[in-house]
Structures are given as C-alpha cells and as structure tokens.
Design a binder for this molecule. Structure first.
Ligand code: MG
Length: 381
C-alpha cells in the first residue's frame, strides 16, 4: 500500500474511494437512470494538491498570507466527472498532508451508486473527526456528479429561485488608508463591501472606505476586539457609518460577552469562527443574530443545507461565505445563496490562478450558472 501511495504521490495524483449521501431514490427514478445497471462501475475518487496564489497579501486580525493550499478532487462514475475542492487556510489546521491522509481512507467502492448521497456522506463523515475541508471536497464532487447525472443544477434540485440570490460582498483586508481606498475603488461594481477590522486602525479603515463609496458595509472583526464595552461603542459608531452587520466581533469563547453585545447591538451580529458544523447552530442561538456558513467549515453542501434549515427554524439570519477558493467551491456555495440574507462569495476573485469557470457577480448580484451539478467548467490547461 505504501508503495502504491508513493507511486501515486510521485504522479501528483492519488485515488481512494468516496461517496456522499442524500435521499436520492426518488430522484434517481425521475432521471431515467432507473433502468441502467448501476454498480457495474465503481466510483473513482482522485485528488491533487494545488496552491492558490492570492492577488494581494491578505491581512485579517489573525495574520497575513499570500498563498492558500487547496486539494482539487474529482469523482468519476460511468464517464461522468464531478469536481470538488478542499481549501485549507493554515489557521484552520488542515493541510495537503492531512487532506491526503483523509482522502486515502475514503473507499467509494463500497457504494453501488452516487445517488446514495446520504449513505456516502455519513460514511465519509464517520471516517475521522474534523477534516471538514477534506470532507467538503468529497461532498462537493459528489453533488457535482449527481447534479450532472440528473442534468440539473443544485439550486433547481433544491427548488430554489436563482432570482432570489443576494448581492455578494467584496472583502477589503486590513491595510494602510491609501491601499484601502485603491481596493475600494477597484470594487466599485459591488453593492456591498465587507471590511476587515480588528487590526488596531478600525476608524481609519472605515473612513478610508467611506471617502470612496457610500454602499452598505459589513464588518468582520475576526475575534479582534477584546472588551465588550469598547465593542458596543464601536458598533454604535459603525451603525452611524452605514454598517449593516458585524461579524465575529469578539473571541468565539466569549459567549457571555457576545450575548450581552447582541442584546444591545443596533445591527445584526453574525457568528463565524464561533460555529462550524450543524450541531453548533443551537450553541449560537441567543448569542448571535445569525450565522456565516462556509462549506469548508461544515463539511460541504449537505451540512450547509442542514444548517440553513436549522438557522431559519430558530429565526437566525444566514450568510453564505467562503475561504480563498477556486470557482469550484465558491460556485458550489452559490447554489445555496437564494436561501441567504447575505452572500460573501468573493474567494475566487482574490486569486490569480483559478482553474475553473463558474459563478459570476454581475452588478453586485450572485449569478448562479445554469449548468448541471454545482455549475462549473474546468478551464483547459
Ligand atoms: Mg468571517
């Protein structure tokens, strides 16, 4: 096995077996695949490490970086290929090595059909705890494959209206005022901007943005504020500056302080770092007004869809976000965007070496491709 792994590693390509699950029996019947002999071909999972180059050094309260490691995946079944991706910003703890270790354990040959999404994804989730980005890379590829087999995009399979997709924000990282102004000018086609704060120059950041544009602003502090009274004062000032939501103002562990702020805040306060998977949604209820769902945090589309339903049932607001990713994962997330209050789907716009074509932001609004699966096409090399 080790020899095989080493051989495949030298090729830059490794295979395992993986499948995801969703309740597909009725959909399979509707697609005309019922009569085909499924199980005659095993699903094949492939994965390949890749490094995203960021257009600009990206600075948030947690630090700066110029690259993001990703794992590009595919699942092939009966000549149809579904694409997926794991994006692994270093501060989240996953890496090329951890994703490879996880994906090598995935054995899709045990499943007779990709339509067994629920069985497959439950199996993948049970292989090991954590590894959410690696799990998402399987989930996304499986959804892409199944959508292509059904010849439908996922927003349509879920019964969503693409006209209800929200505007997407564009992210302005922490920087010097002149750089912030330049980045804000470059983002003039966006109808909402997300400004990163928590770097010690918060008012300067907002004033620089406001000197260029009057569009609504979201703010993401990435746990950067340490004192609840200071945080609430700043939120009131930001409200006067046209800020429409505040994301993760304090540490994810500051539960009592966050509940105190949320009770008093004039604008919605959104949890990002404070939650990850569906089981976390109930933990932030009463502590924040809403949640930021990212495929790489929760493990993919299946978990994200569940989280949207849980949030809505609890009266929480919903943002669909992303990491720095290729258009593969960002476009997959866009399929859910008609269910969201806000979209923050700019991760593919921050990189210079995208390998997919997919979702577009047109006049600020998320435009989900009318293509089957997750809606992406691989660029020719
Ligand atoms: Mg955030």
């Amino acid at each position: 096995m080790n020899t095989r792994r080493n051989f495949l590693k030298h090729l830059g390509l490794m295979t395992g077996g993986t499948c995801l699950s969703f309740n597909y029996s009725s959909l399979q019947a509707a697609t005309g695949l019922r009569g085909r002999k499924i199980g005659s071909n095993a699903m094949i999972l492939k994965f390949e490490p890749y490094e995203l180059q960021l257009k600009h050094i990206f600075t948030i309260a947690a630090g700066s970086r110029k690259v993001t490691p990703v794992m590009l995946t595919s699942i092939t079944w009966m000549d149809t290929v579904g694409y997926g991706e794991a994006s692994m910003p270093p501060y989240l703890g996953e890496s090329h090595a951890s994703a490879q270790d996880f994906l090598l354990k995935v054995d899709l040959s045990r499943f007779s059909s990709p339509f067994l999404i629920e069985d497959i994804l439950s199996y993948v989730d049970g292989i090991a705890p954590g590894n959410c980005a690696a799990k998402a890379s399987v989930d996304i590829a499986l959804h892409d494959l199944v959508g292509k087999l059904m010849q439908q995009p996922w927003y349509r399979i879920w019964g969503l209206n693409p006209e209800h997709a929200p505007c997407s924000s564009f992210t302005i990282g922490i920087d010097q005022p002149e750089v912030v102004k330049e980045k804000t000018r470059e983002a003039s086609s966006f109808r909402i901007l997300k400004v990163k704060l928590g770097g010690g120059n918060d008012r300067e950041m907002i004033e620089a943005v406001r000197s260029v544009t009057q569009v609504p602003l979201g703010v993401d502090v990435n746990q950067g504020w340490k004192d609840k009274n200071m945080a609430l004062d700043m939120i009131h000032w930001l409200h006067e500056q046209g800020v429409v939501y505040i994301e993760q103002p304090m540490a994810k562990t500051a539960v009592d302080d966050m509940a105190w702020i949320t009770e008093r805040s004039p604008v919605p306060v959104i949890a990002d770092e404070a939650l990850q998977i569906p089981a976390d949604v109930k933990k932030v209820y009463g502590v924040y007004h809403g949640i930021n769902i990212k495929l790489m945090k929760c493990g993919g589309l299946r978990a994200a869809y569940t989280m949207v339903g849980m949030a809505r049932a609890l009266g929480l607001k919903v943002m669909i976000g992303c990491m720095t990713e290729t258009s593969c994962a960002v476009t997959a997330a866009s399929q859910l965007s008609p269910l969201a209050d806000w979209a923050d789907l700019d991760g593919n716009l921050l990189i210079s070496n995208d390998v997919f074509n997919g979702v577009k932001i047109r006049e600020g609004k998320v435009e989900i491709p009318d293509l089957p699966g997750i809606g992406v096409q691989k660029k020719s090399p």
